[in-house]
Design a protein around this ligand. Structure first.
Ligand code: AP5
Length: 215
């Protein structure tokens, strides 16, 4: 069973790779960021709780995230494995995930995307996202159509609120404080595979495929 975690700072390419590899391996891409953004757009209770935290680049509480993951893991498609994109993000989330998977083979591997901070800021401030289907564009490397309508679904292509520079910088501070310790956590469990995420998208993808094929 393929159960993978894509770990890394914001903007290192987790979502870009997860969306394609989920299709390749017929696994669900479970992105807590996408789940939360959908809840915000729909104005649900969860969305109301998450909105302001996300806009300032903080982390939504572990309890909220864990209850959401526990439910998501019960869905039929998650029984064949998964790619977690942006979860876990704290040591507590990682420990609780291990507890949720106890009695199984657990996590197959953790792919850690390494990119330096200047490149991350450049990528995120130039990222544009379809507000409907979530497809990512980049005004430098992969510009959206000039009418700002998504080339796949026709939705409006926008800049995420949390991709403004001040918020990106705060997200990096939060990442270094709360999420970076997971690198050691998974290294200790001998699960970590580090990929140089600054390489071109296709090269990064091939390295991850070579790794995932071992499982
Ligand atoms: P989330 O949506 O998970 O944001 P993130 O982790 O900050 O991830 P990003 O989507 O910004 O980056 P990415 O690594 O996926 O990069 P991408 O592939 O898009 O979370 C948003 C918020 O929700 C959080 O701040 C938090 O508030 C909350 N949240 C979510 N999960 C939570 C949790 N578990 N606990 C608590 N709170 C949670 O790529 C970025 C850009 O770079 C794109 O433009 C892309 O085209 C480009 N790019 C990608 N790869 C390359 C490459 N190799 N070369 C050049 N450009 C590239």
């Amino acid at each position: 069973m393929k159960r993978f975690i894509f770990l890394g700072a914001p903007g290192t390419g987790k979502g870009t790779q997860a969306s394609v590899l989920a299709l390749k391996y017929d696994l669900p891409q479970i992105s807590t960021g996408d789940i939360l953004r959908k809840a915000v757009a729909e104005g649900t209770d969860l969305g109301k709780k998450a909105k302001q935290i996300m806009e300032t680049g903080g982390l939504v509480s572990d309890d909220i995230i864990l209850s959401l993951i526990e439910k998501r893991l019960q869905e039929a498609d998650a029984q064949k494995g998964f790619i977690f994109d942006g979860f876990p993000r704290t040591i507590k989330q990682a420990q609780e995930l291990d507890a949720l998977l106890s009695g199984t083979d657990g996590i197959s591997g953790v792919i850690y995307f390494q990119v330096d901070e200047d490149e991350i800021v450049k990528r995120l401030t130039s990222r544009r996202t379809c507000s409907q289907c979530g497809l990512n564009y980049n005004i430098i490397t992969d510009p959206p159509p000039t009418d700002l309508k998504c080339r796949v679904c026709g939705g409006a292509v926008i800049q995420r609120d949390d991709d403004k520079e001040a918020t990106v910088r705060n997200r990096l501070v939060v990442y270094n404080d709360k999420t970076a310790p997971l690198v050691k956590y998974y290294q200790g469990n001998d699960k970590l595979y580090t990929v140089d995420g600054a390489q071109p998208v296709q090269i990064v993808r091939q390295k991850i495929i070579d790794y995932m094929n071992r499982f």
